[in-house]
Unconditional design. Structure first.
Ligand code: R5P
Length: 259
């Protein structure tokens, strides 16, 4: 690993080996999703509690001031919308590496979908991007998903996560599931979990805790933060689990105390 890659990785993964990534890239396939109608206004008070921001290039350019001091993990895959259910996540490259460099990114995020007829397109799209990004010392975070019907099952999520790592991803993002330690143990690169659809705060905090206990290095969470009744309190509570070893109960008490 060269210096640039190491430097970028150290900006993403903090000295304690953990990270809180704030995912706000949803607009690339969901449009103005609830909570991100004014992305800039939502994100600003959350930044002090996030280690990394994960936006799209349009989200970054239009809503985030360039003088912020936070590493950016830029989403560079897309091409389908939430209205196109059969092809959802049949993604290709949406941002050229040159533009990613221009935006001074610390990492890039690329989605793969394993277990669909079009899986090959997403896997080859990601490897193409990994080759480009590696040339400039930029790590790639693989956002892994599995085909409809396969569910959030350790068998399939470990398959997708291991594949992503074997294909060259530096970090893997996947969903938390039962027996999550099996997903972590068989993946040679660090794993962060996605939050998924909004659930009660107590449950989201429990999930974050369980994922860390199982060996995840952190979270890359979106809706469970920005759709919370109190997004600032929620990200503070998530941060306390990831970085301060808070138990779920303590983190939930912190959340409630901030209300
Ligand atoms: C989805 O593909 C996007 O990358 C989201 O940013 C990701 O799923 C994390 O957000 P959430 O916690 O809302 O699932």
């Amino acid at each position: 690993m060269d210096w640039g890659m190491k430097n970028r990785m150290s900006r993403i993964i903090q000295k304690d080996g953990h990270t809180v990534m704030l995912a706000v890239d949803h607009g690339y396939f969901m449009g103005p999703t609830t909570g991100l109608e004014d992305l800039g206004k939502m994100v600003k008070p959350l930044l002090p509690y996030a280690d990394v921001l994960m936006p799209t290039r349009g989200g970054l350019r239009n809503y985030i001031p360039p003088d912020i001091d936070i590493p950016v993990c830029l989403r560079v895959s897309g091409g389908t919308s939430i209205l196109n259910e059969t092809n959802l996540l049949h993604e290709g490259i949406t941002v050229d590496i040159e533009d990613a460099i221009r935006l001074n990114v610390a990492a890039i995020a690329f989605s793969i979908l394993v277990g669909q007829p079009f899986e090959r397109d997403t896997l080859l799209g990601m490897t193409e991007y990994i080759d480009e990004a590696n040339r400039y010392g930029i790590p790639v975070l693989a956002v892994t998903a599995v085909g409809k019907g396969l569910g959030k099952d350790a068998r399939y999520l470990s398959l997708a996560s291991r594949m992503a790592a074997e294909l060259g991803a530096s970090i893997v993002k996947t969903y938390y599931c039962k027996d999550f330690e099996k997903v972590v143990e068989t993946c040679p690169v660090p794993i962060v979990i996605a939050g998924g659809k909004k659930v009660p705060e107590k449950d989201a905090l429990q999930m974050a805790y369980d994922a860390i206990q199982a060996g995840a290095i952190g979270v890359d969470m979106g809706r469970n933060i920005f759709q919370s009744t109190n997004p600032v309190a929620m990200i503070q509570s998530v941060n306390s689990i990831v970085h301060k070893k808070y138990k779920p109960k303590e983190a939930y008490m912190l959340f409630k105390s901030k209300k």
